[in-house]
Design a protein around this ligand. Sequence first.
Ligand SMILES: O=P(O)(O)OC[C@H]1O[C@H](OP(=O)(O)OP(=O)(O)O)[C@H](O)[C@@H]1O
Ligand SMILES: NC(=O)CC[C@H](N)C(=O)O
Ligand SMILES: [Mg+2]
Length: 492
Amino acid sequence: MESLHDKCGVVGIYTRNPKAIHESEQHLLLSLAALQHRGQESAGIAIYNNEDTLFYRCGMGKVQEVFSDGYPDTFPPMKCGIGHVRYSTTGSSCIENAGPFVVRDDQGSIPPLALAHNGNIINTDVLRAWHPHYFTTSTTDSEIIASLLLHDTGHSMRERLMNIIPRLRGAYSLTILAEGKLYALRDPWGLRPLCVGYTDNTWIVASESCALDRIGATFIRQVDPGELITLDDEGMRSEVIATTPISRLCVLEPIYFADATSQLNGTVTYAIRQEIGRELAREYPRRADYVVPVPETSIPMAIAYADATNIPYEQLITRNRYSDRTFIKPTQNERLKALAQKFSFVKAKILGARLIIVDDSIVRGNTLKHLASHLRQLGAREIHLLSSSPPLRHTCHFGIDIPKETELIAAGRDTQEIAEELQVDSVGYLSLRGLNTALKNAHRTPLSSESSVDCLDEQYCFSCMALRGWPFRPQSRMNTPLQADLLPVLPT
Ligand SMILES: O=P(O)(O)OC[C@H]1O[C@H](OP(=O)(O)OP(=O)(O)O)[C@H](O)[C@@H]1O
Ligand SMILES: NC(=O)CC[C@H](N)C(=O)O
Ligand SMILES: [Mg+2]
């Protein structure tokens, strides 16, 4: 079975404070660990020392496992560095594919560079075929981007980036060490998040603001779609080097992927999730004894749902504190194994109870199938499932990589059929309109009374839920030309 994937976390730190070098080294690992929820398969860092020599280390596992001894003793003092936690989308889960990628020219005539990538490039095969002479050690899309940047014509990183952007199809939030500087770039469609912060003469760029909070940095702003950030001894410079008329953050970032404490499009994810829970209550005002979240992501949604419906909120399903996210495991076997270890139940309260189980999403249905069968065995009288996300019915290749619709429990099934499949009394999905309302409320944009589904795309990409135009239309693959109005435009 092919896997459904999500996204990695990237970070970059540049310090101009000679006294803060040791602290920055610790900050690199701390901020990377704060992004662990974005990728659990491998972790790595690359740094520049004061002579602009690259040092690099990565390994399979989480940040704490790969860097169990802390920041590598073998590394010299760091001027700037980047980090990566991976969940595989292109290329399998193995050490050869672990980021960041350090790419070198065989002849040694071009200085090496290091690159960390969050997103997914859907025309990797085409890019490889165009450049068969580029030597790569992995099967990832990320190393291809790094190789293009190493070998392409252009005197500066800025020029080379501008050369390759028109060739890249898909999502890419990048941190790069090159030319003795730290660069950060967000793809012009803005599909994956990226933000920038500052503390004590030190800049940090990261996938999410929770990484900034972890080291006490002040959030400056999100990096704009198509924006290139350059950090060097002169400080921070920024320039939008590619634009498209449409740019949208993936809607599964606020629903599932992002940490509850991170800011997305100017609003804390926790608050967005609560607004979604309130909307769920408006659409499904069910009767029950308890509202129960599926720990952990759905907790703010379930709290808000319970509050709005006046049904007691109870954490009757608890999460093993040493468990991982299950959805992002690379194989179905690993997901099922992780689910078997993840949950415990407050049996005495479940017996004879009518339960509303709130989750953020039902994707393959693994989690709720597992939970429903346990809750039944423990004597729950009624089980009603509520999904805070509309049904996921379509493939997506832009970073939550959903390669096959047949993996999605909602594809080709109505809610009655899904309830039968999961063996529960009812299943309710938040509507697309309801999600749109919640997002608009959360971002404090008043909703016009009867807005249509057409206004969904103002801030978010919904391609996995509704078919929209490229790059939000899943079936439009890379070998077909982009619609002219979605091509990246470079400044003249
Ligand atoms: O229907 P499925 O295919 O099972 O996928 C959806 C479930 O997976 C995710 O949880 P996950 O365990 O990854 O993380 P969490 O602990 O952050 O909720 C998500 O929050 C849902 O609970
Ligand atoms: N989830 C991601 O962002 C993955 C990045 C890259 N596509 C990889 O497979 O390593
Ligand atoms: Mg979950």
